[in-house]
Design a protein around this ligand. Structure first.
Ligand code: F6R
Length: 614
């Protein structure tokens, strides 16, 4: 996730900004830049790669220091990590420098409008449109704050924007919608930033900005309004975290922070997927619709958690497209001489985009003439570069080794892919696709509701912390959720855990069930009666053998109550989309058990975040 800093005050801004960017390095980034506003106007420097590259550039080609400036670390979404795509972006009239975090959903329309008016673009980013738009507003006589308010009203999507104008050298302005922004209040100096870690060494007094608000900041104070200019008030707070807690937004672990980021991550993954005619589009398509219509088989290839996202995808893709979909563990794929033809569509899923097993599968599939679509979270990484098309998840960097928001956004992206293929192949009507999309768009709020109920999961973790073994059962899409719940527990709590298809237990594993064994069961929504009833029978089977049943079930479903020792309620959702909700309590459970056991949740033993060997 991009890191943003703005500074105005008596200190040399260059050092303040670069230090702040260093404090935000933990967020992950692929390029960095600053812009300073002094008596000679705006001077900027930006470089792809690590902050060291930017510092080397500033050493080689110094820019005049000033008392006002903005800085940015970029996590690429639109356009590869490059010097040109790095922020800040300068308006074409040279007046405004701007940094952005988030996704401007309607940037293509705005870009076309600006190009028609003669504006030349220097980057592939969505952010640059905002710089030009603000530049044009101030040129037309608007104050910087009015300009930003007017532009913010036109933007759709998620954004934190910070802008400076060379003709207002004492002021910086910032706007936020669905993306973080805090103001740091120092003595005679002020900061705006994505998080308090950026300015914690200068001040611990901060103001949290509300949704759809603009703040105008000078060295001596700040003024908050809504996008229409009506005065509002930010929420002042005192930061009493140390730096390492500040980096984690006050959470004890990155993993926990990332679990709580999931509503935003899923919402961002769904953003900007429609063209002007409300047809779904992929990020970067190098496969024609004609070719996609000739596909006779889909093979999803991935590892670990990403593989489980692929298992969920199979149900959705086959249901919506009626094309056979296989799911394969990447490390097994090429060794079994898979039947791959030019009519096979291979879909790889990888958070990092660098997993060697998955990369080898991409190469093997392409050698066989198949087209490859990558679902990936890391812009510019190897797997999307070597694939024919890419659909980026917009989870932001995932730092905790155990994947959480990576998984949920992969599942969301798989749904998008399934719907896109259904649209191209005509297996679903436009209104059916729109109605599934509408349900998908309602999921972030429901995920938030699950998070709001975390205390019941914490209580369960306290109760079960000393267990030696835990089972997870599910049917249909609940099965991959069971596998993912078990994997999380193995990875970070080092606890023996297994996930099974609920109906398979009686074919052997039920012998493991003994008095008191905790068994989590994911119950499908009630609409699919056969599926639902079968899972209820499976709960009874294990309970009759002494299992302690912990049942995840939708609100209002009372059928299961007599057979459940513990009930974890989920908001209502259709069967296919339920994994976006049912996975979350299992992530929280694993995180809490590992915390209670005193383990390092973010860096579990023997594991690496990116597995670049086969
Ligand atoms: C589990 C986990 C791993 C990864 C797997 C694939 O929590 O993180 O199982 O999912 O190594 O990694 P990516 O998605 O980067 O290819």
């Amino acid at each position: 996730m991009c890191g943003i800093i703005g500074y105005v005050g008596p200190q040399g801004a260059q050092k303040v900004l670069v230090d702040a960017l260093r404090r935000m390095e933990y967020r992950g980034y692929d390029s960095a830049g600053i812009a300073l506003v002094g008596s000679d106007g705006i001077a900027s420097a930006k470089k792809a790669g690590k902050l060291l590259n930017l510092e080397a550039e500033l050493d080689e080609t110094p820019i005049p220091d000033a008392n006002l400036g903005i800085g940015h670390t970029r996590w690429a979404t639109h356009g590869a990590p490059s010097d040109a795509n790095a922020h800040p972006h300068i308006s074409s009239n040279g007046r405004v420098a701007l940094v952005h975090n988030g996704i401007i959903e309607n940037f293509a329309v705005l870009k076309a409008e600006l190009q028609a008016a003669g504006v030349e673009f220097r980057s592939e980013t969505d952010s640059e449109v905002a710089a030009h738009l603000v530049g044009r507003e101030v040129e037309g006589g608007a104050s910087l704050a009015d300009a930003l308010r007017s532009v913010a009203r036109r933007l759709e999507g998620a954004f934190t924007l910070v802008a400076v104008d060379k003709d207002s050298p004492g002021t910086l302005v910032a706007a936020r919608r669905n993306s973080p922004l805090v103001v740091g209040v120092g003595e005679g100096e002020m900061f705006v930033a994505s998080d308090v870690a950026a300015f914690i060494e200068h001040t611990r007094e901060a103001v949290e900005m509300g949704q759809d608000e603009v703040v105008e900041v000078t060295a001596s104070g700040y003024r908050v309004t809504d996008f229409d200019g009506n005065e509002t008030e930010g929420k002042p707070f005192h930061v009493d975290w140390d730096l390492s807690a500040a980096e984690k937004g006050g959470y004890d672990w990155f993993m926990r922070k990332e679990i709580y980021e999931q509503p935003r991550a899923v919402a961002d993954t769904l953003l900007g997927r429609f063209d002007a005619d409300r047809r779904l589009t992929l990020d970067e398509i190098r496969i024609s619709e004609t070719e996609l219509r000739t596909i006779d088989k889909i093979v999803v290839v991935a590892c670990g958690t990403a593989y489980y996202a692929g298992l969920v995808a199979k149900y959705a893709i086959e249901h919506w497209t009626r094309v056979a979909c296989e799911v394969e563990i990447a490390s097994e794929f090429r060794y079994r001489d898979p039947i791959i033809t030019p009519r096979t569509l291979v879909v790889t899923i990888s958070q990092s985009g660098e997993t060697a097993d998955t990369l080898m599968a991409v190469r093997h599939a392409r050698e066989q003439g198949a087209k490859v679509i990558a679902i990936c979270n890391t812009n510019g990484s190897t797997i999307p570069r070597e694939s024919d098309a890419v659909l980026y998840t917009h989870a932001g960097p995932e730092i905790g080794v155990a994947s959480t928001k990576g998984f949920l956004t992969q599942v969301a992206a798989c749904y998008l892919l399934g719907l896109y293929l259904a649209q191209v192949r005509g297996t679903k009507y436009g209104d059916e696709i729109a109605s599934i999309m509408a349900e998908l768009e309602s999921m972030p709020d429901k995920i938030q509701a699950v998070l709001d109920d975390a205390e019941s999961v914490h209580a369960l973790a306290r109760e079960l912390v000393d267990e030696k073994s835990v089972l997870f059962l599910g049917r249909h899409v609940g099965y991959p959720v069971a596998l993912e719940g078990a994997l999380k527990l193995k990875e970070i709590a080092y606890l023996h855990a297994e996930g099974f298809p609920a109906g398979e237990l009686k074919h052997g594993p039920i012998a493991l069930v003994e008095e008191g064994l905790p068994v989590f069961v994911i119950v499908p929504p009630q609409g699919r009666d056969q599926l639902h009833d079968k899972v209820i029978s499976n709960i009874q089977e294990v309970r009759a053998r002494g299992a302690r049943t912990i049942v995840l079930v939708e609100e209002g479903d009372t059928v299961v109550e007599p057979y459940a020792d513990v009930i974890l309620r989920l908001p209502k959702a259709s069967t296919l989309l339920q994994p976006l909700l049912a996975t979350v309590p299992l992530q929280i459970f694993a995180c809490e058990v590992a915390t209670l056991k005193g383990y390092d949740v973010d860096q579990p033993r023997n594991l690496a975040k990116s597995v670049t060997v086969e």
